[in-house]
Design a protein around this ligand. Structure first.
Ligand code: SF4
Length: 307
C-alpha cells in the first residue's frame, strides 16, 4: 500500500481464547468425534464465526433452540443455559452435554442462593445475550431484573426485599464499578457481587495499557461477541481509532492512513490463527520493515519482520 507509514505492531499482553472457551471447544470436538449420531450446539458454542464453521466441518452443527434439535446430542455452550433447556432436552429424549464455563456456573449458584434467601436481584448485562438468558432462568420470573446501563437502573421500581447486584462475566469493569456506586446510592444496603471473570478483567487491563500507546487499535473478534465489542469500545474511548474485525480480509486500507503504531487484541472467543492472519495482512500491505512486538503470553521478546 502506497503512503503507508506503519512502523510497529504491538500485541496486547493478553488476548484471545480464555479457559472457558478452550474448554467448551474441546468438549464439542470430543463429542463430535465420538460418532454418537447427530450433534448440535444450542446457538453457538462461543461467539466466533470461524470456530462455529470449524466445528461444523467436524460434524458438530448448531440449532437455535432445544425445540429445533430432533435427535441425538445437544451441547450447552460456554455461556450456559436456563434449567428449562436441560429439562426440555431430557423430555425430548436428547442426550445433553454441558459445556458451560465454570465461571458462568458460579453466577448461577450465586443467583440460586440469593433467591433461596429471598433477595431481589439486579443483573448488569446485555438482555439478549445467551449468558443473560441462562442467568435469568436460574430464578423465578421477575426476580432477576436486567439493566444495561445506569439510566435503566434509575428507572427500576424497588420492592420490599433485600437487594443484590450481579453482572455479566464480560461486562466493562469500569462501567460495573460506576453502576454499583449508583446502585448503592439508590438502594442502600444492596449487596454487590462482582461476577466479571478474570479473563475479561485481564483482557480489558491489557487494552487499557496498550491503547494509549498506539495510533490505531484492531480488535479481532466477531460482531456477536460481547467481550470483543467491549474491547473495541474501551479502545475507542482511549485512542479514538479502533475497529472490530472478524477476519483479516475485513481490514480496510483507509484505516491505516498516517498510522505508525497499531495495537492488536482479540476477544476471548477468537482463535490465535485469526490474529496471525491480521498481522500477516498488515505486513503484506506494508512496503517497509515493520516491527512486531509480542509482549504477552505468546512470547517474551520483540521480534522484527522484514518485508
Ligand atoms: S469469558 Fe470468562 S466466563 Fe466467559 S467463557 Fe471465558 S472465562 Fe468463562
Amino acid at each position: 500500500m502506497k503512503n503507508m507509514v506503519l512502523e510497529k505492531i504491538i500485541l496486547a499482553r493478553h488476548y484471545g481464547f480464555c479457559m472457558g472457551v478452550k474448554r467448551a471447544i474441546k468438549i464439542a470436538e470430543e463429542t463430535g468425534g465420538k460418532e454418537i449420531g447427530t450433534v448440535n450446539v444450542i446457538n453457538e458454542i462461543v461467539h466466533n464465526d470461524s470456530v462455529v464453521r470449524q466445528l461444523q466441518e467436524q460434524g458438530v452443527g448448531s440449532v437455535p433452540s432445544v425445540a429445533d434439535a430432533r435427535e441425538g446430542t445437544v451441547i450447552i455452550s460456554a455461556h450456559g443455559a436456563p434449567p428449562r433447556w436441560f429439562e426440555e432436552s431430557q423430555e425430548r429424549g436428547l442426550n445433553v452435554i454441558d459445556a458451560t464455563c465454570p465461571l458462568v456456573i458460579r453466577i448461577h449458584k450465586i443467583i440460586r442462593k440469593l433467591i433461596a434467601n429471598n433477595y431481589q436481584i439486579i443483573h448488569f448485562g446485555d438482555a439478549h445475550h445467551d449468558e443473560t438468558t441462562g442467568v435469568v432462568g436460574q430464578a423465578p420470573p421477575g426476580r432477576v431484573e436486567v439493566v444495561g446501563d445506569i439510566d435503566q437502573l434509575r428507572t427500576l421500581a424497588t420492592i420490599d426485599r433485600p437487594y443484590a447486584l450481579t453482572t455479566q462475566t464480560t461486562a466493562d469493569v469500569s462501567d460495573f464499578e460506576s453502576l454499583s456506586v449508583e446502585a448503592q446510592k439508590l438502594i442502600p444496603g444492596i449487596e454487590v457481587f462482582n461476577t466479571i471473570c478474570n479473563a475479561t478483567s485481564r483482557l480489558q487491563e491489557a487494552v487499557l495499557d496498550l491503547a494509549p500507546r498506539v495510533d490505531l487499535m484492531l480488535v479481532v473478534g466477531s460482531s456477536s461477541s460481547a467481550n470483543s465489542n467491549r474491547l473495541r469500545n474501551i479502545s475507542k474511548a482511549i485512542c479514538r481509532r479502533a475497529y472490530l474485525i472478524n477476519v483479516a480480509d475485513s481490514l480496510k486500507e483507509e484505516w491505516l492512513e498516517e498510522v505508525r503504531i497499531i495495537g492488536i487484541t482479540a476477544g476471548a472467543s477468537t482463535p490465535d490463527f485469526l490474529v496471525e492472519e491480521v498481522i500477516k495482512k498488515l505486513l503484506d500491505l506494508s512496503e517497509k520493515r515493520v516491527e512486531v512486538v509480542r509482549t504477552g503470553k505468546k512470547a517474551a521478546s520483540s521480534q522484527a519482520m522484514d518485508q
